[in-house]
Write a protein that binds this ligand. Sequence first.
Ligand code: GLY
Ligand code: MN
Ligand code: MN
Length: 443
Amino acid sequence: MNIQPCLARRQRLLDLMHAQGGGVAILPTAPERLRNRDTAYPYRPDSYFHYLSQFDEPDAVLVLIAATATGPAQSLLFCRDKDVEREIWDGHRWGPEAAREAFGFEAAYSIHEFDERLAELLTHQPTLWYSLGHETAWDQRLLRALNKLRQQARSGAQVPARIHDLRQLLDGMRLIKDEDEIAKLRQAATISAAAHRRAMRACRPGLYEYAIEAELLHEFRRQACVAPAYPSIVAGGANACILHYVANDQPLGDGELLLIDAGGEYQGYAGDITRTFPVNGRFTAAQADVYQLVLAAQQAAIDSIRPGASFMAPHEAAVRVLAQGLLDLKLLQGSLDGIIESEAYKRYYMHRTGHWLGRDVHDAGDYKQGEDWLNLQAGMVLTVEPGCYIRAADDIPAAFHDIGVRIEDDALVTAAGCDILTHEAPKTIAAIEALMAAGREQA
Ligand code: GLY
Ligand code: MN
Ligand code: MN
């Protein structure tokens, strides 16, 4: 286990806290959640907590104390005790002693001591860094500790004068990926691309959407992803025009397109890829027209990515190409500037072209600073995912009915422009048709 990246992140966070007046940060991990009666959902630690600790047990809290004039900075962990009996049933628990050593903390304590020690951790601190409102049970615990301190004022206890949102500091850090994160995102992207290739090879008319979903899951799990990074969208025909379609329970028809939006989560990091391809392996002329348009829009968006460009530059580039294409295909009428200005193109393209990607598929980090969209910087990772969704309607030629296309890749901003982490998922018509033909021959 390499704990260096977490040590560096903790140090950086402590430096940021120090620069803003110091104080103590409290960061609990996610609770276990019941799926039914006594069966829990698969456990996933809180993304912020894991970013700073790599510790993946539930019932744990990270406490970071900024350096003061008299004392150095400290990182503390509260976690479950060793429990030989429970470990027979549920597996290994680190326990405070071993966790302190393995994860590089100055001290570690039993989670059972947390409430008791909390008031003492908070007293004489100028600022409490904590994200109120995300887990109300934890909010209550902290508020109780603050009240306890107020009641001890006559004994000299002091309540932090300020409560600052810890996530503001962490969101800024998570926006720029470090080397360790980039390596994991690259691997998530590589595995996700392999899953899409597997789905393309397996696809046949008559199969159900869930059978293709199973191909994705097989590849994710085979390559050590714990789970998909988000519910996979496997949408045949008209279902592709439902942006968050996840039922995945319909048969795939000959002559339809299949839109798959799926990515694996690898060591806490998400892949996020969309590919659209013909169920029978050959694009029709109308499908190819729409597909080439979305591909050209995506290329224009990718070409606009470089340090210093606005976060909105890829969206604006994609919208311009899509709008012109919709005019050329006679799906819209008017002038290019006119349909952009009136947003008439939103009938066919109603979402944004990307989002930050990292531990969370829609990752942490602001998009605006004040009134302005953020500028891209090297080390940011964003998706590039234009689409075109044509629902059946009387004013649209039948050949275009129910064609939904999205093409999505994951881009790392580099000094020179960007690096497409997901390039191993085929996306030209020729490459897709060749892979699908090869898949058929193997069968
Ligand atoms: N798969 C979620 C998204 O593309 O935003
Ligand atoms: Mn996405
Ligand atoms: Mn996606």
